[in-house]
Write a protein that binds this ligand. Structure first.
Ligand code: GLN
Length: 543
């Protein structure tokens, strides 16, 4: 029997609801349950793919090619369950589906309304594409009281009613602000937010109270009394020193225990948190530290590179070192002489990116890494920039560039107009819509027998990694790349799309067209990150 847990948020946004959902998923999983985690986003974009990462944080890509909310990254990192297209929906997608059904005439003359047509489409999504999961955790984006969330709240209310209380639980996540002048944690905003939820017919079963200070028993009792829940179902959720400590902390506060108690699953196996304890132990007592410079464009908003910074942390866990990140705006490297700022880092990473602004700075960062033999990891755009740098400076092609920035004499990076997905050919042109039309999701790459990356991937011949890009290193320039010392060590199975480049004359210089950071987990660090951090650690010992 599949049970549904709906997680809503109140009082303020950015409460860490996504992490709380991910942590609860991990806790239920640690007791042997099968979980699936989903996110319902009330904004109007069809998916976050067209949103700037500085607005909404990173776009997380699934194996099946969906561009989704970054919370799905947390879900996957905490549970290891690969997220799917069917795990994230937005108002935009729901409405476009309802409207296209209306255009097809599927509603047989009915007047289309938010209730029941939009709410039905939301309910359909919640229950779709499920198998033998014990628990489906559905996080509702936004904050209770937002106009946009209303159809979602109504839909989960109906859903809960239809499956019944023994199969549906509402968890409400709130904030207890601390007033320093009064020296008190205030419960009123929580009371109001629970009441707001009740006004749309939803009674919270568990209240997760985010707080920067321990919650006195009296305050807990007060919340329970005013919000109509049991004392022990008011769960204190204090700040943790690392996100990977959250499952341990929430377990100690009784979160998963109360969820199981609510469903009457009192005979469930105890939580096994060994995995999380080991991760936290390594994070808290590293044997050294290194610094990686991330040369990017969205460096002021850390959420824009969420999976990336996590994957670096995972590489640190694997090597028992703390990884410090020096966020560097690539534009600064466009000034002459600025590259000296890179002298203090042990590794340089140029991440994914879009557009011309800052690209010359990234090219210079790649040049610095090559010339100074500093480990270099180029991801997607970072690979493309390394290729442009090498062909310009070492293969006699001063006009090498990417057609992403306009027409150029030597398009070593060019627009991809067709490629194979399994046996299907996908075709695009420069006039295609921007939303959802990149090369997205998992594609295989064949690794060259004697390459360094093949050894890093434990001798695998073929790997599968997630993509999100429109441009591609141009296979017609293979000879020029070789001349510039870059060998193509990973290729699409049909041999037309370079997936990985590496330098043989350098301690660690790798460019990948895909996003390995999306698959890294704290308990299963991605091999490329593990090896990059290892190389950076060696570098740090040299200087
Ligand atoms: N802008 C580049 C492209 O579309 C790289 C994209 C990325 O780094 N994700 O190909």
């Amino acid at each position: 029997m599949t049970r549904f847990i709906f997680i809503t948020g109140g009082v303020v946004s950015s409460l860490g609801k996504g992490l709380a959902t991910a942590a609860l998923g991990a806790l239920l999983q640690s007791r042997g349950f099968k979980v699936r985690l989903r996110k319902l986003d009330p904004y109007l974009n069809v998916d976050p793919g067209t949103m700037s990462p500085t607005q909404h944080g990173e776009v997380f890509v699934t194996d099946d090619g969906a561009e989704t909310d970054l919370d799905l990254g947390h879900y996957e990192r905490f549970t290891g369950v690969p997220a799917r297209k069917s795990d994230n929906v937005t108002t935009g997608r729901i409405y476009s589906e309802v409207i296209s059904r209306e255009r097809r005439g599927d509603y047989l003359g009915a007047t289309i309304q938010v209730i029941p047509h939009v709410t039905d489409a939301i309910k359909e999504f919640i229950g779709s594409d499920l198998g033998d999961e014990d628990f489906v955790l559905c996080e509702i984006g936004g904050t209770v009281g937002d106009i946009e969330s209303l159809p979602f709240l109504e839909a989960i209310r109906q859903f809960g009613n239809e499956v019944g209380p023994d199969r549906a639980l509402f968890v409400h996540c709130t904030l207890l602000p601390y007033l320093a002048a009064a020296g008190e944690l205030k419960t009123k905003p929580t009371q109001h937010s629970v009441k707001e939820l009740l006004s749309v017919g939803i009674q919270a079963g568990i209240i997760l109270c985010r707080s920067e200070h321990p919650i006195p028993e009296d305050e807990r009792r007060k919340i329970a009394l005013f919000c109509n829940v049991r004392n022990d179902r008011v769960i204190p959720a204090l700040n943790a020193s690392s996100i990977y400590e959250v499952p341990i902390q929430y377990h100690a506060a009784g979160f998963d225990g109360q969820v199981l108690d609510y469903f009457g699953l009192t005979a469930a196996p105890p939580a096994n948190l060994d995995r999380w304890e080991e991760i936290v132990r390594r994070l808290k007592s590293p044997e050294g530290e290194i610094t990686i410079g991330i040369v990017g464009k969205y460096t002021r908003v850390i959420d824009s590179y969420k999976s990336l910074s996590e994957a670096l942390t995972h590489g640190g866990i694997a090597n028992n070192v703390r990884v410090n990140i020096a966020w560097m705006d690539s534009v600064i490297f466009e000034r002459d002489g600025a590259a000296v700022e890179l002298e203090d880092v042990d590794g340089i990473l140029v991440p994914g990116g879009f557009g011309e602004r800052g690209s010359e700075g990234k090219i210079r960062a790649a040049q610095f890494a090559r010339e100074h033999k500093v480990p270099y990891f180029g991801i997607c755009f970072g690979m493309q920039m390394a290729v442009i740098e090498a062909t310009r400076n070492l293969a006699g092609l001063p006009d090498a560039g990417s057609t992403e920035f306009g027409i150029c004499a030597d398009p070593v990076v060019g627009l991809m107009t067709e490629w194979l997905r399994g046996n299907e050919r996908e075709i695009r042109s420069s006039a295609t819509d921007k939303g959802g039309t990149m090369r997205l999701g998992a594609y295989p790459a064949v690794l060259q027998p004697s390459s360094m990356v093949r050894a890093i991937y434990d001798g695998s011949d073929v790997i599968s990694e997630r993509h999100r890009h429109r441009y591609e290193v141009n296979i017609n320039y293979t000879n020029r790349l070789e001349e510039a010392g870059l060998s193509i060590s990973g290729l699409s199975p049909d041999g037309t799309l370079p997936e990985i480049v590496e330098r043989k004359d350098h301690p660690w210089f790798v460019g990948v067209q895909f996003h390995p950071e999306l698959k890294s987990k704290p308990f299963d660090p991605h091999p490329l990150f593990t090896d990059f951090i290892r190389a950076a650690l060696e570098q740090s010992r040299l200087v």
